[in-house]
Structures are given as structure tokens and as C-alpha cells.
Design a binder for this molecule. Structure first.
Ligand code: T1G
Length: 691
């Protein structure tokens, strides 16, 4: 049955789309819409046509699930063109988020009326695309080239009142959208069709195009679609509508075929897929979480507490050290204050949040909290002590969460008599900004506590990824392989600044050595000291250990791998460190050589992939897309490459396997023995995403 129906409201024909969950423009929707327009245009009793949607939103875009498959007619640009050409006025009745192809359908209409709480946008750039159904040519004609270009480059939606102001919609109403649209249609009948295709683009200083290129270059480095957007909008000011649409189409086909778009589309669906946890359904009971205690008022604890406060929870911050507790208290107040100064938070919201915030040094104050999130020192002994104390005071059914970044949830849970209520909630620093939350299930963790933690992640606006319990879970376990190869490359002759530049050029947010200096080399050092399973290899993290032992922790001590003059955050290579590396390489008998950027990328990234394959074999991650989500949202892996596992799939697992075998040959099996899973997929032309 078609997801598109029509009904007459007097002399107005209403075309209704009902294609849950977001009325995406699947083939059947495009076909139904096209037929509806043609039939209504031919109907004698129809004077005007309205296009509306059922559900919570107007069309949210082309159906991304169809991308990468053979395109089926009718093509969206043709449907939009047919709406535009309609002899009777066509009105788009907008609500929710009219995005991408959905907003392009609205732009093909002659008039647009929206609910005041609706929004419109052309977010294709987030998928490595540009609007491909004449949006790059119609929107500039309505709102001007500069505003149109900004909307497309930002990928952000514009709320209806702002859209009205710039002319992207013609009318906004608070309620009764259909009724109001039918009334508005009679006005439109008098005016007749008003085609965006026949409008001229308002005068613009064409210097804005190059100026925009320069402005966005730092953040769009290596990306194709932003440039195509700028070019398409620039064309809209110079050539005919038809020519502009033809060029837009060519740009769209190019972007659609790009690995970047494939990576970004994978990221989009993978970030939604993580919510699907086997055994945890919508009907799994969840516990009410209104009052949270955060134990440990350090950077992480304060960030977590602030995140919970801005999500509307009551928060008690507890620390047994006065000075640390006061620092945490001030950090939270400072975060609120800067949020208000930057216009991100209203004064009233700050007052409300601080009204729900308190500090304590007494565990008995926690008797009625719904959840505790422990963020104390990364030491098993300290954590077990805290959990034993919590076990004595917390009410039955309270959730006991640890923010540990690597330690065993089961061992921590064993310090309590309620291991079914213990879970890992691994936040990433800064905790109130980073979207990733690793939700680490222990052997005994109940489904209810997992479902509750997933709901908490949503409430904190985090992407909650459920992972298994092992050293480092998913992210940090893989980080060890990535960092290990970085450390070995240093000894083998690659300068830290060359390694870091290689990765910045490759698209990582920061190179591994700059990351180490940012996080603090003492942090990793202490964790390695606690490990009992380090490989028997004197080269393993040798340089990082030496730096930490010289108290060269990185930015926080003014020097680490790099120098940071006068407290600046800009890393400067330190000849002393290079000399130390060279001397240590000689002492360890490591032969130094010129190493290519290509080898640097393959060693570190395939180190990630090999560990990721082992994680899948150990069932620590539910699917490869979850691993990708962890690395894109927790470690700055470039989104347009889709995450390490998607990247390996895009290279071809046969090629990856061949390179891993070469590395095993050259560097030994201790790190490079190919996982059986990789070998099997390589032999069968498989992908990690097939699993
Ligand atoms: N196609 C297919 N499925 C989609 C979809 C889409 N466009 N948008 C969302 N979904 C699914 C999503 O996978 C999830 O499915 C469910 O809907 C709820 O989504 C020619 C080429 C609209 C703001 O980029 O930004 O048009 O996991 O969890 O948080 O120029 O979805 O439940 O099975 O995100 O409330 C342009 C993408 C496409 C908008 C809602 N449009 N979507 O957010 O729910 S390209 C977009 C979103 C295009 C034209 C070009 C968000 C949302 P499941 P959700 P939400």
C-alpha cells in the first residue's frame, strides 16, 4: 500500500505522506507524491494542493538506506521539478524537521507554511553530500547566496521563526497546521504558483565564495562536499537555473560515489545502531534516575557532575579531600558561568542547576541516591574500597557505576554484595563535552541496569556503546596497539612531529604524541605499572615510560614528548627528547631508518584493526560499527573514514590481511599474528560490517 494518500478539503487537494519513522523519500513515497501532484493538477475541482506528513516530522530527507544501491525512478529532482511546474499553487505544510530532500520538496512547492516549533535545513554535508534535488539553486533564490551557503555548509537546521525571517518559509502558525494551510491555500490561489526556479538570486558580492573557502578550510580539510556546495551556490548566481541544476547533479553523483560519503553514511547508521543491544528491548524495565552522587571531585568527576546537572538531575559531589572537593565545586560553578557568558545557558538554568547541586564528605548522605558514578583515582585498591563503602550505605536498587577507563568491572563489583547493580560508565574527557560513553557490562550486571544506563546516556546526550569487560574495554584496549606502534616507530627513527603530522594530514584530530602530552604521560604510565600482562618486550612504551620517569608529563608540566613554552598548548619538538630516543634505540639495538608516512599509517591503523578484530572474536563489542562509533567519538578518528573497521572494509580485508602478514614477517607474531576472523573474512571477500 502506498505511503502517500490524497484527500479533498473543499477545493484543496491534500497529499499526505505516511512513511515512518521520518517520512524519508523512499521510491514509493517519490512515486506516490508524483502521481498525487499529476492527478490533482488534472482534477477540475482542485484549485490548490497541499503536501503534508503524518507522524512527528515532515520529510526528513532522501532515504539514506537506498544510497549505494541502484537509483530507482522517479528520481527526486524530477519529482521536485514536477511540483515546481504544477499549474496550480502547491503549498508545503511543514512540521518537525524538514531536512535535505524533504526541504527540497518544500522549496519546489510554491509556498511554505510551518509550525512555529518546526525547523528546516539542508544537512547533506554531514553525509559527505550536497543537496541533490535543486536545493543549491532554489534556496539562494529565496534567502540569498550567503545565507543559503551557510545553511548548507553548517548542516544545521534553522528554526521556523528564523526561517521566516530570511524567507525560507512564508508563514508560521502555532497549531492546527492543516487547517491553517487550507486557509492559506485560498490566498495562494489568488496569487497563483510562485516558482523558486524563476526567481533571480539576489545580488551578492562574489568575493564571499573564496572568503568562505578560506574560512572553513581548517575544519573541512580533505573533504569534497563543502567545496561542491560553494561551487554550486556560486553557479546559482551566474548561470541559468537549469544549468545550475545540471551541475549540481554532477557534483552530487561525484560526492555520492566518494569513500567519504560512504564513511559518513556508515557513521550515521552506526551511531544509531549501538542502541540495539541483544536482550535489551524497549520493554526491559529501567530504573528512575533523578538523584546522582559523583564520587571524586577531580576533572572527570566535576565534568560528569556538571553533565548530570545540565541534564536536570540532582547531584551530590563527594570527595574525602577538602581542597579537591572545593576545586570540583568551583569547576562546576565555572562551567555554568562560562556557559552563561557564551550565551549557551540562561541565568535561570544556571540558578536551577546550582539549586540541585550539593557537596559532601559523608557517605551516609548518599543513602537515597538512585545512582553513584565513581570517578576516583585509577587504582583497583582505591576503587574496591569505595565500592565496599557504597555497598554499606546505598539503598537497594541503586546503580553503582564506575568511570574506570581500563580496570575490571567484575573485580570492582566483587567488593560489593550487589554485583548485579554494578556497571562501568566510561566517560571521555572532557566529560561534559565528549559524546561517547562506554557502558561496560560486568558478568553479573543485570539487563535492567544496562537498559537504565542506555537511558542515562540518552538523557546526558551521549552515545552509549555497550561493551564487554576486558582490559581497556574497546577504546583503550585498541589505543594500546595504536600507541604501541607509535612508540616503536619512534625508536625505529620516525620523529614524533613527523608521526603526528602524518596523522593530522590523514584526518585524525591530533597525532598520538600530541594526544599523550594532552592526556598526561603519567596517566598511561601508572596504568602500565598496574598491568600484569605487559608483553615481554623492553621496547614496549619505552619512550613514554622514560618521559614519565623524568616527570615530563606533557602540557601539564610544560614538557613531555614536546616542549610547551610559557604554558602555550603549541607543541615544539625537543632535541633533547630526540637525542634520548636515538640513544635508547641504540641501547636496545633497534636499527633506525627512514620510515614513510604510508608505513606509519598502516602500522598504527592496522594495529587498531587487528585489535578490533580480536575484540569482535572475544565478543567484547557487539558489532564492528560499535567499534567505529567508539573511535570516531572518543578518539578523534576522522568521521569521513567511518572508523577503523569501516576503513579496513573500504581498503579491502584481503589487502589489510596481506599487510598484516607482512608486518608479522618483519616484526614478529607477538603483535602481528593475524586474527582468525581477519584471515577468514579476507579469504571470503568479507567485511567486518557483514558480521
Ligand atoms: N533516511 C533513512 N532513515 C532515516 C533518515 C533518512 N534520511 N533519517 C533518520 N532515519 C532513521 C534513523 O536511522 C533511525 O532509524 C530513525 O530514522 C530515527 O532517527 C537528495 C540526498 C531526522 C533529525 O541527513 O538527522 O536528502 O535506528 O534516531 O534523533 O538532497 O534522524 O530507528 O531504525 O536519528 O529524532 C538528508 C538525517 C538526507 C537527516 C531525527 N537528511 N536524519 O533525529 O531520530 S540526504 C538528513 C537526522 C538527502 C537530498 C539528499 C535525524 C532526525 P532506527 P534518529 P532523532
Amino acid at each position: 500500500m502506498s505511503p502517500v494518500s490524497t484527500a479533498d478539503h473543499g477545493e484543496v487537494t491534500v497529499i499526505t505522506i505516511d512513511n515512518p519513522p521520518v517520512n524519508a523519500l523512499s521510491q514509493s513515497v517519490r512515486e506516490g507524491l508524483l502521481n498525487g501532484i499529476v492527478d490533482a493538477e488534472a482534477a477540475d475541482n482542485c484549485k490548490a494542493i497541499i503536501i503534508q506528513c503524518i507522524g512527528w516530522t515532515f520529510i526528513a530527507g532522501a532515504d539514506i538506506k537506498e544510497f549505494g544501491k541502484p537509483l530507482l525512478e522517479p528520481y527526486l529532482p524530477d519529482v521536485v521539478a514536477r511540483i515546481d511546474a504544477c499549474e496550480k499553487p502547491v503549498i508545503a505544510a511543514l512540521h518537525g524537521t524538514a531536512l535535505g530532500g524533504g526541504f527540497e520538496v518544500a522549496l519546489g512547492c510554491h509556498y511554505r507554511i510551518s509550525l512555529s516549533r518546526g525547523a528546516v535545513g539542508l544537512p547533506e554535508v554531514n553525509l559527505g553530500l550536497l543537496p541533490g534535488a535543486s536545493g543549491t539553486q532554489r534556496l539562494p533564490r529565496l534567502v540569498g547566496a550567503e545565507k543559503a551557503m551557510d545553511m548548507m555548509l553548517s548542516g544545521k537546521s534553522v528554526k521556523a521563526p528564523a526561517a521566516l525571517k530570511v524567507g525560507a518559509v512564508d508563514r508560521i502558525v502555532d497549531d492546527n497546521l492543516l487547517e491553517e494551510a487550507v486557509a492559506y491555500a485560498s490566498e495562494c490561489v489568488e496569487q497563483g504558483p510562485r516558482r523558486t526556479s524563476t526567481m533571480d538570486v539576489p545580488e551578492v558580492d562574489t568575493a564571499i565564495f573564496d572568503a568562505t573557502r578560506q574560512k572553513i578550510a581548517p575544519r573541512t580539510r580533505g573533504l569534497i562536499s563543502p567545496e561542491k556546495i560553494i561551487s554550486a551556490v556560486a553557479l546559482s548566481t551566474k548561470v541559468s537555473f537549469e544549468e545550475g541544476c545540471a551541475k549540481e547533479r554532477a557534483f552530487f553523483v561525484e560526492c555520492m560515489a566518494s569513500p567519504q560519503s560512504a564513511g559518513l553514511r556508515h557513521a550515521f547508521f552506526a551511531e544509531r545502531g549501538v542502541a540495539r543491544v541483544p536482550g535489551i528491548g524497549k520493554d526491559t524495565p529501567k530504573r528512575e534516575l533523578n538523584k546522582v552522587a559523583v564520587i571524586g571531585a577531580g576533572t572527570m568527576g566535576a565534568g560528569i557532575a556538571y553533565n548530570c546537572l545540565t541534564s536536570g538531575m540532582d547531584v551530590i559531589l563527594l570527595d574525602n579531600n577538602d581542597a579537591c572537593l572545593e576545586r570540583g565545586n568551583q569547576t562546576i560553578r565555572g562551567l555554568y558561568k562560562s556557559g552563561v557568558e557564551r550565551g549557551k545557558i540562561a541565568e535561570s538554568a544556571m540558578a536551577d542547576g546550582l539549586g540541585r547541586f550539593s557537596t559532601s564528605q559523608d557517605y551516609t548522605d548518599l543513602a537515597d541516591v538512585d545512582i553513584v558514578i565513581e570517578a576516583v583515582f585509577e587504582s583497583m585498591a582505591v576503587k574496591r574500597e569505595v565500592f565496599a563503602a557504597l555497598d554499606k550505605v546505598l539503598k537497594p536498587g541503586a546503580v553503582l557505576a564506575t568511570n574506570t577507563s581500563t580496570l575490571s568491572i567484575d573485580e570492582i563489583a566483587a567488593a560489593t554484595d550487589r554485583s548485579q547493580d554494578v556497571i562501568g560508565l566510561h566517560f571521555f574527557s572532557p566529560a561534559h563535552i565528549m559524546r561517547l560513553l562506554e557502558i561496560v557490562r560486568g558478568a553479573d550486571t543485570s539487563d535492567e541496569v544496562i537498559a537504565t544506563s542506555l537511558a542515562l546516556a540518552r538523557r546526558l546526550h551521549k552515545i552509549g556503546v555497550v561493551v564487554g569487560n576486558c582490559f581497556g574495554f574497546v577504546g583503550n584496549r585498541m589505543l594500546y596497539s595504536y600507541g604501541r606502534e607509535n612508540q616503536l616507530l619512534l625508536l625505529e627513527g620516525a620523529a614524533p612531529e613527523f608521526i603526528d603530522k602524518t596523522f593530522s594530514d590523514w584526518g585524525m584530530a591530533m597525532g598520538p604524541n600530541a594526544v599523550g602530552d594532552l592526556a598526561g604521560l603519567d596517566v598511561g604510565y601508572k596504568v602500565r605499572q598496574e598491568r600484569t600482562d605487559l608483553p615481554d618486550d623492553p621496547r614496549f612504551y619505552r619512550i613514554a615510560d622514560m618521559l614519565a620517569e623524568q616527570a615530563r608529563y606533557g602540557q601539564k608540566t610544560g614538557k613531555g614528548m614536546y616542549l610547551y613554552e610559557d604554558g602555550s598548548r603549541k607543541p615544539t619538538p625537543d632535541p633533547e627528547v630526540q637525542a634520548m630516543i636515538d640513544a635508547e634505540a641504540e641501547r636496545l639495538g633497534v636499527e633506525q631508518r627512514d620510515i614513510s608516512a604510508e608505513e606509519i599509517v598502516e602500522r598504527c591503523i592496522y594495529g587498531l584493526v587487528v585489535e578490533g578484530a580480536r575484540i569482535l572474536e572475544d565478543k567484547i563489542a557487539i558489532r564492528s560499527g560499535d567499534i567505529d562509533v567508539v573511535w570516531m567519538n572518543g578518539y578523534g578518528f576522522p568521521r569521513y573514514r567511518g572508523g577503523p573497521m569501516h576503513y579496513a572494509d573500504s581498503v579491502g580485508l584481503d589487502k589489510v590481511y596481506e599487510k598484516v602478514c607482512e608486518f608479522e614477517e618483519r616484526f614478529g607474531s607477538i603483535y602481528w599474528e593475524p586474527p582468525e576472523l581477519l584471515k577468514k573474512l579476507a579469504a571470503t571477500n568479507g567485511k567486518f560490517s557483514d558480521l
